[in-house]
Each structure stands twice: as structure tokens, then as C-alpha cells.
Design a protein around this ligand. Sequence first.
Ligand code: HEC
Ligand code: HEC
Length: 253
Amino acid sequence: MPALAVLLISPVLLAAGTGERLFLAHCAPCHGKSGDGGIGANLATPRLLHAPDDEALRLVIVGGIAGTGMPPTRLTASEQRDLVEYVRALGRVEPETLRGDAARGEQIFRNEAKCLQCHAVGVSGGHVGSDLSTVGARRNAAFLRQAIVDPKSALTDKFIVYQRYISFPGNFLQVRVVTASGRRVVGARIDEDAFSIQIRDYSGQLHSFWKSELKELHKDWGATPMPAYKGVLSEAQLDDVVAYLASLRGDRK
Ligand code: HEC
Ligand code: HEC
């Protein structure tokens, strides 16, 4: 099997630390080389739904998650420790030195650009987009700037069709439905299984439909209601907003 031989002698694997080597071998096929998700969940984020602490993470790794595509993995105790440490490290994004002014950026974010209309920071803001309270810990400055000037580029294209737990960011998907009676609803997919779909429309209202009752169900892969701010915000304003977002690391409100 030539593919396996290449994998075994890969210099990346030989040079990598134990945690990284284990991750590349056992987890990366589903979670991506840098852990940012694929068939599996995005692990490059500081909070994991199923693994609030290290012991919970260890149990998820050795036991898998029943009823989902997350399999159990057999590892020695020391391998388990190394892998837990490595997965946690994937969730930490290093602070960077930035040109912009975070305080000015906060004013632009709240007042001029009205980003709170769709995004929550702390207790205030909307829920059309993701909660940005800890976005500085999840994303680097280059990603943040890109997400603002060209929001489409920040959307993942690595969806699976049905997913038990749908959380933003990383899983945003716009859907449009037409009911049997001709009612139209557009919004973000909140949950879906083979028979039903739940949608939050862009005014924040939740809807639940049986698929058998729908005349149309469209999934707008790659679509987002977020406007592109290229040319709307100046370069200096972008620097400020990015500096503000980068400062949101969950250690202040
Ligand atoms: C065959 C594909 C596959 C492999 C291999 C795999 N996973 Fe997963 N993993 C998944 C899927 C799918 C989910 C989402 C399960 C669900 O529906 O909640 C998941 C979920 C998780 C979660 C929970 C994420 C959260 O936000 O709570 C963690 C942690 C995790 N995997 C870690 C790992 C680690 C570490 C490895 C390597 C030992 C690994 N996985 C191997 C598919 C996989
Ligand atoms: C009309 C609603 C809307 C407005 C207004 C809006 N956004 Fe968004 N934003 C979204 C949606 C939807 C997404 C894509 C899904 C997601 O990641 O939540 C998104 C994604 C993002 C992301 C990527 C988040 C991540 O972790 O991947 C950032 C950063 C962001 N927006 C910043 C801003 C900033 C800054 C402003 C104001 C200048 C703004 N947004 C205005 C709806 C909006």
C-alpha cells in the first residue's frame, strides 16, 4: 500500500512531537491537519462543547462520542496525556502586535459599523452571526481582517450534511425554505436531521419544519448575510476594528 508507506516515512511525522504525531495519525484525517475541522468538529477553538476540561477531553478521545462519527481511540496513558495537551494547544491562538487602536476600534464596531446588530460581545448584541466574545483567542488578525473585508472567504466549505450539534462559527449555513402553504423563510441552520430542520431567521425568530411539509429546501453554501466592508471602512478603521476583535480573548467583557 504505497500511501501508507509514504505516511510512515513522512519527515513531518518523524520531526513532530508525540502529541502532534498522534494527532496527525489518529485525528487529522477527520479534524484537519491544524485541527480546524472537516468531517470532524473544529478543535482549534478554546472551548469544546464535549470537553469543558482536560479529563472530559481525555474521555472523549478514548471513548469517542456515542451516536456520532467520533470514534474511540486506543492509546496508552502517556499518549492520552500528550494528545490532550496537543489538542488544547491547537485551541490557543497567540496574541500578536497590531497597528490599530482597540479603543477606537470598539467605537467603530459599536457605533459607525453597527456590528452588534448581528454579533454579540458579552451580553449585548445580536445572534445572526457568531458570538465574538472570545474571537481574539480563536482567530488570528489576518483571518479577522479577511472575514471583515470579504466575509464569504471566512465561511467553511467543509460541511457534513447532517450534524447533531451545530454551533457557530465554523458551521454557518444559510438555508431557504418554502412551506406547502407558500410561506418563505430565510435564515441560519440551527439543527437538522433526516426528517426535520430548525432555522433562525435574520430577525432572530426560530422556526422548525418537517421536511415532508416543505415544498422547497435550498442550502446556500457559501452565502452569508454579512456585508463586505471592503471600501466601506478605511484601512485605518479596519486596523482599529481588527485590534479590538483581537483583544476579545474572554479575559474581559
Ligand atoms: C472518523 C472521523 C474522526 C476521527 C478519526 C476523530 N474524530 Fe473527533 N470527532 C469526529 C466527529 C464527526 C465529531 C463530532 C461529533 C458530534 O456530532 O458531536 C468529533 C468530535 C470530537 C470532539 C468534540 C468537539 C467539541 O466541540 O466538543 C473532540 C474533542 C474530538 N473529536 C477529538 C478527536 C481527537 C483528539 C481525535 C484523535 C484521537 C479524533 N477526534 C478522531 C470525527 C472524528
Ligand atoms: C447582517 C449581519 C452581520 C453584520 C452587520 C456583521 N456580521 Fe459579521 N458575520 C455575520 C455572519 C452571518 C457571519 C458568518 C457566520 C459566523 O461566523 O457567524 C459573520 C462572521 C464574522 C466573523 C468571523 C467570525 C468567526 O469566528 O469565524 C467576524 C470576525 C465578523 N463577522 C466580524 C464583523 C464585524 C467587525 C462587523 C462590523 C464591521 C460585522 N461582522 C457585521 C453577520 C454579520
